[in-house]
Each structure stands twice: as structure tokens, then as C-alpha cells.
Design a protein around this ligand. Sequence first.
Ligand code: 9Z3
Length: 378
Amino acid sequence: GTEQTSWMPTLGRPVMRHKQYHHHHYRSLISQKHAPTMMPHLEAAENDYFTNNPPPKDIKANITLAREFVGRHADDGRRVVLVTSGGTTVPLESQTVRYIDNFSAGTRGATSAEYFLEHGYAVIFLHRQFSLLPYSRHYSHNTRSFLDFMKEDNGRVVVDEQHQDEMLRVLRQYDEVKRAGKLLILSFITITEYLWDLREVAKLMQPLGPRAMFYLAAAVSDFFVPHDRMVEHKIQSSEEFSQSAGSNNGKPPAARTEGRSLIIDLEPVPKFLKQLVDGWAPEGMIVSFKLETDPSMLVKKAQYSLEKYAHHLVIGNLLATRKWEVVFVSAMEGEKWIRVPRHRRTKSFSGVESLVGAADLQNHESGRSLVADASVPH
Ligand code: 9Z3
């Protein structure tokens, strides 16, 4: 059966195939256990969400691109990973002037995408518009401008001497990926756009079976303003100019001014991970991230998430230390910390994210070697 297929191209060790089988087994047991009570309720919540919150304008274009991409790589028998990256916004007005954002520069996602590509995966990079991109991340969002890597040479623009080697290396990788058509870049801005894209792309990836991976590094908002409670125009700073309440199908607007204060009433984002695991991507390998700031919460929350959704792996990280330590929490292997050695934590180090995008997520030893790879400063 499909369980025999190893996830990881560089692995192919029988013991890992065996584990993979158990992952599937574990998942199906859990799903059955919860299925009768949880599914109707969750399906209703899902349908409500996608009925009440319309798709982004570019959804059709994204679907067309993703269908072609997945089809081509499925024919080649290649593994395909959907990497999500960057923060998701919660707009407060339909004509959006203000929004709530979720912290993320997109470093983890963009870096991991490069490592997946290096390990033979085709990558769908679903990222927050203007967050970091694979390869170009080396030269963007820096304190230095990309122009600082350039110089003039006899009336032509060239890369200056000290950056030649590094940029040539990055450019060659990038050109190779482009030539082979292995990277599809899609973008979102809001939480709703993100969820629509995630759902549609995941469904398109179903024919890949266990060759599909989901690597959910995007920082997902837990709370949002539903479409039918969003005010149309810019929220005014004083009550005198405020829009009249009750204009949205009789539902109270989510934002209103009271005196000179702004009151915002957010609703929970439905737990889409359950839908992904059981409905949209029943055979795919699913890796989610858990971000916390309180160290005493991290492992607990990661374990809770793993138990609740019964997917394959939760990678926990703390905001303050995310660049050099993560904890892998999985059903088969429990809790495993991976750390970049102290002396490697240089200013220019791009982060422990480099390791987790590697082909071999479940092999701790190889994870270690990638920590070392990743920690060569550039
Ligand atoms: C993460 O934890 C990512 O590792 C970071 C990466 C956002 C910390 P940077 O972009 O940071 O490199 O600066 N992602 C958060 C994942 C998340 O929001 N998870 C949700 C949850 O656990 C949905 S899967 O409920």
C-alpha cells in the first residue's frame, strides 16, 4: 500500500518506512475515535467560514497555477511540499486602512523552502505578500540595501568583489530551481485569503497521496473579524463621525468607537488544522509550528496540538530563541530539542530554520548535521 512509500528521499531506511506506517496507523485510529462526534460540528464551522468569508480575487489564478504545478510533479513522481510563511492580517475595515497583524518575518519559511528544494522537493511557497522569499532573502529586508552589494564597473552594474562567491552560489541554486520549474510562489495578505489558498491547494495536492507534505510555518491569527461584521469605511476616531451601527445584516459591527475609545470584538478563527488533517489532506504528512512566548507553555501546547489533531509533527519555538532552538514533538519520538551550539549563534546566522526544512524531519541525527550546515555564517 501507499504506507510503504518513504516520505523522505534521502532516507529510504526500512526502519523509517516502518515508522511512517505507524504514523498512518496512529492517525487513522485517532480520527476514527473522534470522527463521529467531531466531524459534523467541524464541517459546519468550516462551511460557515468559507460561505461567509469570500475567497480572494486571485483564488482562480492560484488554483490554475497550483493545478499545473502539482500535475507536472505528480507525473514525475516527485514529492511536493506546501510551505506556508509569514504573518496573516485581520483587516478591521472592508476598505482596509487598519489591520491586526501576526508577527513573522518569513525567515523560517523562506529558508526552509531552500532546504526542501535542495533535497529534491518541489515547493509551493504560500507566503505573506512582501515577506521574505527563498534565495532573494539573502539580499532583501536587510539593514543594507541590495544596492550595497553592487558597484559600477566601466559603465556597467556588477556585484562587488567581496560578494561574488556567495551571490554566485545563491544565483546558481536559484537558476537551477527556476529552470526545473520546482518553485511556485503564491501570496496572501489576510487570514481569510490564507485559509482559502491553503484549502484549495491542499485539495489539489490530494492525488500526490503520501508524497504531499504540509509545512505550516505561517503565523496564523487566532482571532478575526468575520466578513459580515466588518465595517465598510475607515473607523473614525470620534463618535460624532462614526458609521451607524446595525448596517451589517443586523449583526453588530465588530469595531465601534465609544467616546474616544475604540472597541474591537474579534471572533475565533475555526480550527482549520483538523480540517486539513482529516479532510483536505488525508494522506499528506503534516508538520505544524507552535509559537509561544512563555517557556513553561511551549511543550504543553505543542503536545496538546499533536493530540488534538493527530498529525505527524509539531515544531515548537519561542519568540525570543526561535533562531537557535526548536523542539520537535511527535507521537513516535516524544519531545526532542534541537539547538544551534552557542558559539555558532553569530549575528549573521540565518537561524535554526535551516534545519527543519531539510528532507529528514524525523531523523534526529541528520537534523543535527543540518544544524551545523546551517550555522556557517555568510
Ligand atoms: C512559527 O512558529 C514560526 O516558526 C515563526 C517563524 C513565525 C516563529 P520568522 O518568520 O518566525 O522566521 O520570523 N509559526 C507559527 C505557527 C502558528 O501560528 N501555528 C498555529 C497554531 O499552532 C497554526 S498551525 O495554532
